[in-house]
Design a protein around this ligand. Structure first.
Ligand code: SF4
Length: 484
């Protein structure tokens, strides 16, 4: 039960967010988080408390203010009150729903929990694939609506930036609703199909392999083409005359590469298309695409010019391979110095398998990012900037559903959290539209008093245990389709 309501006839008015729903008996509000149960406004989902057991070990880093760390990985409170299912107070000057005292290693601590309503939030998505998803800055769509854009690639991964206040509030009503749904589904570990303007369609699910244009990605590249040459050059010496590692970014050529030079691999007269960066490293050998090494080619010979007759010789052998080892071909030069595909010798097959073996499984990573620097802080303290300072000074630890977060340097409390580290269905929404995400602030009780905390609302942990659902800690969101 919560007191964030007022009754009109038999309806109850929920005031947990700016929508201020009137809720009939037996019905739920617009966000499905609150309902009218026999005249009382109730939070529908259970409040989650995490409890550490020996068998579950520990993953959270020690809390810096809780005394000297003894070096053990398992450290800190054995019970943690999350904000999941805790509810929200609105407007924010009201104290957070639960301000809970506990003792950790003899130190009195307090955890302030609330389900934050975030209009300024989004997800950063890392997709481990070489396949071209679309040009940087291209619009990413869900259900036809713009929900974000492609941002700069990382090593072996392509990145999307989705959500944000402009898509949530700055476009049409449908754009805001679809953006909110997309963020919530991705954050709750569900699969979402995204279409990129001028690029691919990709199914993204946190902790799962991406599916690009209907093809499930298997592997993340071992490195760029140049790095692959550096890693495997020794294993190729004496087994093949030339190796080309095809890569949309940096294609590597063994005989010209510094690794080949150090191993005294002779010139082969190979001629590459594209732009030479440094010896044995070529940019732009083809257009980006979903073929070999993230290029648009299906025949790797397309990136070669004619071999130089002054250096090349008939019978010269060449391995062409992609950065994941997914594509590979073996060639010999004929009398006209043209490469002709041939059966790959076993030793080279093994080297291709070694490239594959060194690739990690391709996954999608979803980091939820939000700014808690606004009025949410007032639910924690009457002097909100002190909370920000306390976080920056590492006196207050911020978590989201019990999971560790990264707090950005600079102003405000802008944090990121890996959604797979959180319990299932930790995220909700309100139709303003905005995401609802759990956030917890844990600090020493004495520090809480010093920063102007709502001391009158501090309650003991034991007052929650009868009503909350207790889950093992550390929690991890189950991946849909894998049970549990
Ligand atoms: S949307 Fe949900 S939180 Fe907001 S007023 Fe309606 S029931 Fe309450």
């Amino acid at each position: 039960m919560t007191d964030t309501s007022s009754a009109v006839a038999d309806k109850i008015r929920c005031d947990a967010c700016p929508v201020m729903c009137y809720i009939k008996p037996g019905a739920a509000g617009a966000c499905d988080r609150y309902a009218n149960h026999q005249g009382e406004l109730v939070r529908v989902d259970p409040h989650i408390i995490l409890e550490r057991t020996v068998s579950h070990g520990g993953r959270l880093v020690p809390f810096q203010a809780s005394g000297d760390w003894d070096g053990k990985i398992v450290h800190g409170p054995s019970t943690f009150v999350t904000a999941i299912g805790a509810g929200t107070t609105y407007p924010d000057y009201k104290p957070a729903p639960f301000i809970v005292a506990s003792e950790v290693d003899g130190v009195d601590m307090v955890t302030v929990v609330t389900e934050g309503i975030f209009s300024y939030c989004g997800v950063k998505v890392k997709i481990d694939t070489d396949r071209y998803l679309g040009p940087e800055t291209a619009i990413v769509r869900s259900d036809g609506e713009a929900v974000g854009h492609v941002t700069t690639s990382e090593y072996g991964s392509q990145m999307l930036s989705l959500g944000g206040v402009h898509h949530l509030t700055g476009g049409s009503k449908k754009e805001g609703r679809v953006t909110c749904d997309t963020l919530m589904d991705l954050s709750n570990g569900k699969a979402v199909e995204l279409a990129i303007d001028g690029g691919a369609s990709v199914v993204v699910q946190a902790g799962r392999a991406p599916i690009v244009n209907g093809v499930r990605e298997e592997r993340m590249r071992v490195g760029c083409g140049s790095a692959t040459i550096g890693m495997f050059a020794k294993q190729w010496r004496g087994k093949v005359d030339e190796v080309v590692v095809v890569d949309d970014h940096i294609t590597g050529v063994l005989s010209e590469h510094q690794a080949g030079k150090l191993l005294d691999i002779p010139d082969t007269g190979i001629k590459m298309k594209g732009r030479r960066s440094t010896p044995g490293r070529y940019f732009q050998v083809a257009e980006p695409g979903t073929g070999w090494g993230g290029t648009n080619i299906s025949d790797p010979l397309d990136i070669l010019g004619p071999f130089d007759p002054k250096t090349a010789r008939p019978g010269l052998s060449m391995l062409m391979v992609s950065t994941t080892g997914e594509h590979a071909g073996y060639y010999r030069l004929d009398e006209g110095l043209r490469p002709v595909e041939a059966e790959m010798p076993d030793a080279l097959k093994q080297s291709v398998e070694r490239i594959q073996e060194n690739c990690e499984p391709a996954l999608c990573t979803v980091l939820f990012m939000a700014g808690a620097g606004g009025s949410l802080r007032a639910g924690v303290t009457e002097n909100p900037v002190r909370l920000t300072r306390s976080v920056k000074d590492a006196l207050t630890r911020v978590t989201s559903g019990g999971a560790p977060v990264y707090v950005w340097p600079g102003g405000g409390i802008t944090y990121m959290v890996d959604v797979t580290q959180m319990p299932a269905n930790a995220f909700g929404y309100v139709p303003t539209p905005a995401l609802v995400a759990p956030i917890e602030f844990t600090l020493k009780l004495s520090d809480y008093a010093a920063l102007g905390g709502h001391m009158d609302y501090v309650r003991p942990l034991s007052s929650l245990k009868d009503t909350a659902e207790i889950l093992p800690w550390p929690a991890k969101a189950p991946i849909a389709g894998q049970g549990g």
